[in-house]
Write a protein that binds this ligand. Structure first.
Ligand SMILES: [Zn+2]
Length: 190
């Protein structure tokens, strides 16, 4: 299943967004009708787009994703801003106006962990948010998160903190703490 003259990704996206002029749109539609390869490509964009919109809107502190998901969005040419935070470390972070996706990688020793919780709090927040029983791979050595980018973009200069906690038989053990020292785009940490 391949296409000798695939529709350019940019054109497919414009088609999906309804931004093509009627003549171009008709051309794309005709091609898609006869081309399983480009149709499948479009379908993948639609699914990914829906997932990304849901992530961007999500009110949660972050959504846990797989490394595979990150690779997939990078392959699609989206602008990804990624921060790796060492275990018990901190990172200076921001969001550019044209960033599509924000990714945080929290390094943590996950071997032997049965249940993993994530606790997050923005600076000055009345209460922390706890995500219980988040998915993880024991051998990954990290948890990959997608924070809701629109909410982060709107944050004032502030420090958010996250904590990964292993829960086993009612006992809790802190695996790592992480600080995100945020500044709006174009300002400085000083
Ligand atoms: Zn095609």
């Amino acid at each position: 299943m391949s296409c000798v003259e695939p529709i350019a990704p940019g054109t497919l996206i414009q088609y999906w967004l309804g931004e093509l002029d009627p003549q171009q749109e008709e051309g794309v539609e005709r091609h898609l009708l006869g081309c399983a390869s480009c149709s499948s490509e479009l379908q993948q964009w639609v699914e990914l787009g829906a997932a990304l919109r849901a992530l961007a809107r999500s009110g949660a502190v972050a959504t846990v994703v797989s490394g595979e998901f990150v690779a997939r969005i990078a392959r699609r040419g989206l602008r990804v801003r990624e921060y790796r935070v060492p275990c018990n470390g901190s990172v200076h972070c921001t969001v550019a106006p044209d960033d599509d996706v924000l990714i945080s990688r929290l390094a943590a020793p996950l071997a032997g962990v049965v249940r993993l919780d994530l606790i997050a709090a923005d600076e000055g927040a009345a209460a922390a948010t706890r995500l219980t029983d988040i998915p993880f791979r024991a051998d990954a050595g990290e948890v990959v998160l997608v924070p809701p980018i629109e909410r982060i973009r709107a944050l004032p200069p502030s420090t958010s903190r996250m904590r990964l906690v292993a829960v086993d038989d009612g006992r809790e053990r802190v695996l790592g703490e992480y600080a995100f020292i945020h500044r709006p785009w174009g300002t400085h940490w000083g």
